[in-house]
Ligand binder design. Structure first.
Ligand code: ADE
Length: 242
């Protein structure tokens, strides 16, 4: 997969992707990430990309031309990529969307700054407006990294066996069960006994119950959308869910 991020701050992206699993995936050629500075497409000698908004109001807007020219330049070497615009007005990103995007060959992510981008640039090139939550960031770069990270870790061979995502939160619509490692007693807190028993069936049952209980306590809204087995419903009844 190739991800091209259009930004005024390419170093923010380049620094962030060098580390950990993303850095390893780049080194292993599993993913290509390119940060393109659309200031290079300003077309003026001061490299200015922003201007005052028509109709007045606070702040500056990014002009349409550098954004659209930059996109047309990078799109020459791409087929017909989806183009995400990071904005608090977009659809709120979730795991289902990450899975959907992880099947794409090429993705472009456009990062805004200041008061945003001239609407005509958005209409000309953007296919999806995406938010990472109901709060306002100073720019789209951190949001783009959140989205890119969540896509990249789903790509084949990016996670090692030890880091597998098959059983993680949201993969079945529920939160994960709690996890424990050594020591068996930490400051008086014991690891649940069943996990030491070696009885795999009991461990599976305990983990399912713990996962259902965590979801009920922390994100009860998720229980409305998940398909529950009869066994799960019985467990939830115990905790007065039904
Ligand atoms: N840009 C500014 N705030 C944002 C948000 N919450 N999500 C995505 N992009 C943004």
């Amino acid at each position: 997969m190739k991800i091209v991020i259009m930004t005024l701050f390419p170093e923010m992206i380049e620094d962030a992707v060098r580390h950990s699993i993303m850095g390893r995936a780049i080194e292993n050629g599993l993913i290509q990430i390119e940060a393109v500075d659309f200031r290079a497409f300003s077309g003026n000698k001061h490299n200015q990309v922003d201007d005052y908004p028509y109709g007045g109001g606070a702040g500056m807007l990014i002009m349409a031309k550098p954004v659209v020219d930059c996109y047309r330049h990078i799109a020459k070497e791409m087929k017909s990529p989806r183009v995400m615009y990071m904005t608090p007005a977009g659809k709120v990103w979730n795991q289902e969307m990450a899975i959907e995007y992880s099947k794409e060959e090429e993705v472009v992510i456009l990062c805004g700054h200041y008061e945003g981008i001239d609407q005509r640039a958005i209409e000309a090139i953007v296919t999806d407006e995406v938010s990472i939550g109901d709060f306002i960031l100073t720019g789209g770069e951190l949001a783009a990294m959140v989205v890119a990270d969540s896509i990249i870790r789903l790509l084949p061979n990016v996670l090692g066996k030890e880091e597998s995502f098959e059983k993680e939160s949201f993969s079945e619509g529920l939160l994960e069960h709690d996890h424990y490692t050594r020591p068996q007693n930490f400051e008086g807190r014991e690891v649940p006994e069943v996990l030491l028993s070696g009885n795999h069936k009991n461990i599976e049952m305990y983990r399912r119950e713990n996962s259902l209980l965590n979801t009920l306590k922390k994100r009860p809204d998720l229980l409305k959308t998940v398909e529950l087995a009869e066994k799960d419903k019985k467990i939830l009844k115990k905790y007065n869910y039904f």
